[in-house]
Design a protein around this ligand. Structure first.
Ligand SMILES: Cc1cc2nc3c(=O)[nH]c(=O)nc-3n(C[C@H](O)[C@H](O)[C@H](O)COP(=O)(O)OP(=O)(O)OC[C@H]3O[C@@H](n4cnc5c(N)ncnc54)[C@H](O)[C@@H]3O)c2cc1C
Length: 417
């Protein structure tokens, strides 16, 4: 363990990405301290949908996304909502996002994402077994349920484009869908089963992963990093209201807030908050056994032995805090359109979180170009839970200068400088 306020590595941010970095660095023999503004797992990693999804190989910037976004722009209950804005940073981000909505960039992102998703699936299985993490892990796949033939046909095209990445989807007609998941309404036209996906309960993952690290990693909660102390040879100290902490290497893993500390280092890190919502309930009497993605509404129902959650929606409105009840009601309405019994008797939590969105859909796992001991692990978009283990492993590979688990080039921050 590091002495006093010094450690080998400081990880700023105790979300799933920061904790994954700490885990693999600790396994590599480094003394790690996590500095977290709130409590471990309080950010986007808390009440998200918990899907582990190689099926999400394609990013949000797909051909046609911008047209849909413009159509939905004025509807507060739409799956993707962009609040009209004069914020030049967000406008620049949206323009670059729009420019990436083409087939070529979609495949560039997919090649990077599939490496991260596949490695993470393997690492999750090992992690959960080695550390005995009790986090409702199940490998039942993910169902894409469709109300219309149009959605079935659109997804047929997507499914065929996924095949070269080794992502398989089984087409189900109405009868087959009902037989597999009787909790779905019987007026749906069919669906697709991604059998290789898994799911877990994210807040349990966070508390269990933390438990597994107790004694090996130092956790400093309610400890906001206000500044990184920049020297010619890098950053060796960070300031917090509790005084400075020093380390040989620093990992910036502050999710949607990563630009706030990266900016003063002269780094362009185009991460925008993509706000999403969820409602956690007790299990409905007729509860799905398999997680379901409602195709036309782009929201999700995730069942666990310990509970049930409706979640989704994407809102670009900056860091605007607070629950929007129109969007929470849209999640309930989506549930009603696809499930026989969409709501549990008791609401346990209504929640929102900020996804760290890059405009190219690729996370940033990288050494900072001009500050050799500063590393970035941020920008995980909609797949941060799915991609955490490989991200943490890659950061540990870069810091310990060992053979990387996957090619780090696509994740470099250089692409934005
Ligand atoms: C509704 C919803 C559903 C989702 N569903 C899924 C899903 O099914 N599968 C999936 O893979 N992904 C899903 N995601 C995405 C996933 O939640 C994120 O990609 C992931 O949680 C990002 O992790 P992170 O550690 O980068 O960020 P966070 O979890 O947000 O962690 C960043 C941490 O940094 C801390 N911090 C910020 N600034 C400072 C500072 N200055 N000093 C100290 N600490 C600081 C914050 O308090 C926070 O705890 C979903 C997201 C949402 C919103």
């Amino acid at each position: 363990m590091g002495k006093g306020h010094h450690s080998d590595v400081i990880v700023i941010g105790g979300g799933v990405i920061g904790v994954a970095c700490a885990y693999y660095l600790s396994k590599a023999g480094r003394h790690v301290r996590i500095l977290e503004r709130e409590t471990i797992g309080a950010g986007a990693s808390h009440a998200n949908c918990g899907l582990i999804v190689p099926s999400h190989v394609f990013p949000m910037c797909l051909p046609g996304t911008m047209q849909k976004a413009l159509k939905w722009m004025l509807r507060g209950d739409s799956p993707l909502y962009i609040r009209p804005t004069f914020n030049p940073r967000l406008i620049g981000w949206l323009l670059r996002f729009g420019a990436r909505c083409n087939t070529q960039d979609m495949h560039i992102a997919a090649r990077a994402r599939i490496a991260m998703l596949d490695h993470s699936m393997t690492l999750y299985r090992r992690l959960i077994e080695d550390e005995k993490l009790d986090c409702d892990w199940e490998e039942k796949g993910l169902l894409f349920a469709c109300r219309t033939e149009k959605a079935m046909d659109e997804y047929a095209l997507t499914a065929s484009l996924m095949e070269p990445y080794g992502v398989a989807a089984k087409r189900l007609n109405q009868v087959e869908l009902q037989a597999l998941e009787p909790a779905l309404r019987d007026d749906l036209v069919g669906g697709w089963h991604h059998q290789d996906d898994a799911h877990l309960r994210p807040e349990r993952l966070m508390s269990e992963w933390r438990r597994a690290l107790d004694g090996d990693v130092q956790f400093e909660e309610q400890c906001t990093v206000t500044r990184m102390d920049l020297n010619p040879d890098g950053v060796h100290a960070v300031d917090t209201p509790r005084g400075p902490f020093t380390a040989d290497a620093i990992v910036l893993a502050t999710g949607a807030w990563a630009p706030q500390l990266a900016g003063p280092l002269g780094l362009n890190l185009p991460v925008e908050p993509g706000k999403g919502y969820s409602i956690t309930m007790t299990r409905p009497a007729v509860c799905p056994a398999i997680p379901v993605l409602f195709c036309e509404r782009k929201s999700v129902a995730t069942p666990w032995a310990s509970g049930y959650r409706l979640g989704g929606t994407m809102e670009f409105s900056g860091y605007r805090e607070g629950l929007n009840h129109v969007r929470l009601d849209a999640l309930r309405a989506a549930g009603r359109a696809y499930l026989k019994d969409p709501l549990g008797d008791e609401t346990v939590e209504e929640w929102y979180g900020f996804r760290p969105m890059t405009y190219d859909g690729i996370p940033v796992i990288s050494r900072a170009p001009r500050h050799p001991n500063v590393y970035i692990a941020a920008g995980h978009n909609m797949i941060g839970i799915s991609a955490a283990p490989a991200s943490g492993h890659l950061i540990a590979d870069l810091i310990t200068e060992r053979e990387p688990i996957m090619d780090p080039a696509p994740f470099s921050i250089q692409r934005f400088q």
